[in-house]
Design a protein. Structure first.
Length: 341
């Protein structure tokens, strides 16, 4: 017997690396040293920093992958993977430098996984970071044929004096929301349960979804906020804090960017809840509390700015085709969020 008899095709793995080589190279920044295929990726720190701080983040895509695999649609989940990492790193004020991925599958299917890596490369381009390397593991018996899992890791850089850590946040700061593109990559286990329990088909087009199929609505990739947010800081907008709204929604994530003895009060009717969340609540009989604690409810990223910067901040993001709006303010408290239904 050999390794192929055990279900692992080493030659197919080598061919797959050759197949994705151009995708990886398309994301390279000037600081990348060498190519892919070595034991480690090499990256030279960009010049101009006095006290550079490296900021790292890691994440996955979660059970959204199940939907992609059921529908045999693999070209967007790689964007989700990158987004979940780079948006987290961004909250410290850091510019993402490079990204590495880990793909595990039961049987390597080059066409399927090339679509996945194409999405990862697209996400890296949207974030301005290099896809520095990765690992593909063929694990027969651990994953079924056609199944795969994704994990990613990102490193960013920020000048120490420009790093956001909660200490800059002040009472009275205003929360400026940037919209999500849908559920992003959180709460999909509940979505799948609703679809399954209600015996719905992913190809159905509920009226509330505006002509989209259920699959199209929930496979929309996570928005990557890196370039417009970094541009806002370069435009010298005064930003005191940032939050990426992921699992746990606004109640769990927004307080994470606060300083000591602070909370945030939200004006619950200050934004329009997108139809996709209305549909989930109605079809799944999900309470308002559960919705806000599971989903982003149409808000993917939040900036905290002083009151005199609100209009300027909203105008800037509108110039970037992003419909920013004020949704609340920082108040005295103990790290909680108030005002939601």
């Amino acid at each position: 017997m050999d390794y192929r008899d055990a279900g692992v095709d080493v030659e197919a793995g080598r061919a797959f690396v050759d197949q994705i080589r151009n995708l990886v190279h398309s994301t390279f920044r000037p600081e990348v040293i060498g190519g892919i295929g070595g034991f480690g990726g090499c990256f030279q720190l960009p010049p101009g920093f006095k006290e550079p701080v490296l900021v790292s983040g890691t994440d996955g895509v979660g059970t959204k992958l199940k939907i992609a695999q059921i529908l045999n649609c693999h070209d967007t989940v790689g964007i989700d993977l990158v987004a979940m990492c780079v948006n987290d790193v961004l909250t410290s004020g850091a510019e993402p430098l490079f990204f590495l991925d880990y793909v595990a599958t039961g049987k390597l299917e080059p066409e399927q996984l090339t679509q996945v890596v194409a999405g990862i490369a697209a996400g890296c381009s949207l974030a301005g970071c290099a896809l520095l390397g990765g690992e593909t593991a063929e694990m027969p018996g651990f994953y079924s044929v056609g199944e795969y899992d994704l994990a990613g890791f990102c490193v960013g850089i920020v000048e120490k004096s420009q790093m956001l850590d909660g200490s800059q946040v002040q009472l009275g700061d205003v929360a400026i929301a940037l919209p999500s593109t849908g559920v992003h990559s959180n709460g999909l286990s509940l979505v799948r349960k609703i679809v399954s329990d209600r015996a719905l088909d992913w190809s159905e087009r509920p009226p509330l979804l505006g002509g989209e199929t259920i699959a199209e609505a929930f496979l929309k990739p996570t928005q990557i906020y890196v370039k417009p947010v970094l541009a806002s800081r370069q435009a010298e907008l005064e930003i005191h804090g940032m939050a990426h709204i992921t699992g746990g929604g606004l109640p769990e994530n927004l307080p994470r960017c606060l300083g000591k003895n602070q909370s945030i009060h939200i004006q619950p009717h200050s934004w329009t809840i997108p139809p996709i969340f209305q549909w989930l609540a109605e079809v799944g009989s999900v309470s308002a509390e559960a919705m806000y604690n599971t989903f982003n409810m149409g808000i993917g990223f939040v900036l905290l700015v002083p009151p005199y910067q609100v209009e300027k901040t909203i105008t800037f993001f509108q110039s970037q085709d992003i419909s920013a709006l004020a949704i609340g303010e920082v108040i005295d408290g103990s790290g909680t969020l108030t005002g939601l239904p």
